[in-house]
Design a binder for this molecule. Structure first.
Ligand code: IPM
Ligand code: MN
Length: 330
């Protein structure tokens, strides 16, 4: 482990809860299908807070910056939910430091084949926040047009490789940031005459995703809307336990991670479903290393396992039939 050239180094962040379990499966698979990649593990999340006092230690960040890709398992631990230093802060900071602004969250099942392209380093998760003298608590949603423009470009480029349709989701009937979002996305669309653009308000988008998800191809949206809608998209295509993601910037290392959380309630019992972690690993093989053949093989193996595995344990520990709509990691 460690010490290799940037070109083959993968920094693995095993994270918290079920993180180390699903990461171990991914590492085993990589040992089989991409044995030349050098995997190195670093502290991150609650485990890092316990070991170093911060969820993203400097040496972890430095290792990630110089890696070819970051493979990340979920972080989060109820112990730190109300603490000043929380695992999630390290996650947001890592995304910002690597400037991985485009978070790709594919959701497929049957005739549903959609891709959410979520803006990942701006908006209300990163705006000014605090408490005023009178006790009012605030979080601010802020976007610069350049942040919208680069995200929209990524969405249109991806749509070109798919079915040529972009749905831009906003709340332009209420929010200033959304009105700017809509204007900038339309400007970008002018350069992609072969791609069809549709604007949709986020509340309507939620209803449409729940009732007729097959209408969507690429959805571009801001950070918080994308966070919420991607869980919904996962729910209608097999559950959070199977939803992968890739977070990409311009040129630097991407972060590949499951959409689901650290599921502390089932951690350490050997029952965590590694499907989303493995699908994220497949995205890494394809997008970070251009190994489409290995990526397809891994995806097929996951599909086959999900389709054929007879039983799994639910949260209460009883046995249930496993199908793609019933997976235990949430
Ligand atoms: C996700 C997660 C994170 C996010 C949290 C844990 C900060 O919900 O990746 O969707 O909101 O981005
Ligand atoms: Mn989320």
């Amino acid at each position: 482990m460690g010490g290799g050239e940037t070109g083959s180094r993968v920094v693995c962040l095993p994270g918290d809860g079920i993180g180390p379990e699903v990461m171990a499966v991914a590492q085993r698979v990589l040992g089989e299908v991409a044995a030349d990649l050098e995997l190195e593990e670093r502290h991150f999340g609650a485990a890092a807070i316990r070991a170093t006092g911060t969820s993203l230690p400097d040496e972890t960040l430095a290792a990630c910056r110089s890696a070819a890709a970051v493979l990340k398992a979920p972080v989060g631990d109820p112990e730190f939910d109300a603490a000043d230093v929380r695992p999630e802060q390290g996650m947001l900071r890592l995304r910002a430091e690597l400037d991985v602004y485009a978070n790709l969250r594919p959701a497929t099942r049957g005739d549903v084949d959609l891709l959410i392209v979520r803006e990942l380093v701006g908006g209300i998760y990163f705006g000014a926040k605090g408490v005023r003298d009178d006790g009012t608590v605030f979080d601010t949603c802020e976007y610069h047009p350049s942040q919208v423009e680069r995200l929209a470009r990524r969405g249109f480029q991806l749509a070109r490789l798919r079915r040529g349709h972009v749905t831009s989701v906003d709340k332009a009937n209420v929010l200033e940031t959304s009105r700017m979002w809509r204007r900038v996305v339309r400007e970008v669309a002018a350069g992609y005459a072969d791609v069809e653009l549709e604007d949709m308000l986020v509340d309507n988008a939620a209803m449409q995703l729940a009732s007729s998800p097959q209408q969507f191809d690429v959805i571009v949206t801001e950070n918080m809307f994308g966070d919420i809608l991607s869980d919904l998209a996962a729910a209608v295509t097999g559950g959070l336990g199977v939803a992968p993601s890739a977070s990409l910037g311009d040129g630097g290392p991407g972060i590949f991670e499951p959409v689901h959380g650290s599921a502390p309630d089932i951690a350490g019992r050997g029952v965590a479903n590694p499907a989303a972690m493995l699908r994220s690993t497949a995205l890494m093989l394809e997008l970070a290393f251009g190994r489409a053949t290995e990526a397809r093989a891994l995806e097929s193996a996951v599909d086959a396992a999900l389709g054929s595995h007879p039983v799994c344990r639910d949260r209460e520990g009883t046995k249930k039939r496993r199908d793609r709509g019933r997976l235990q990691v949430e």
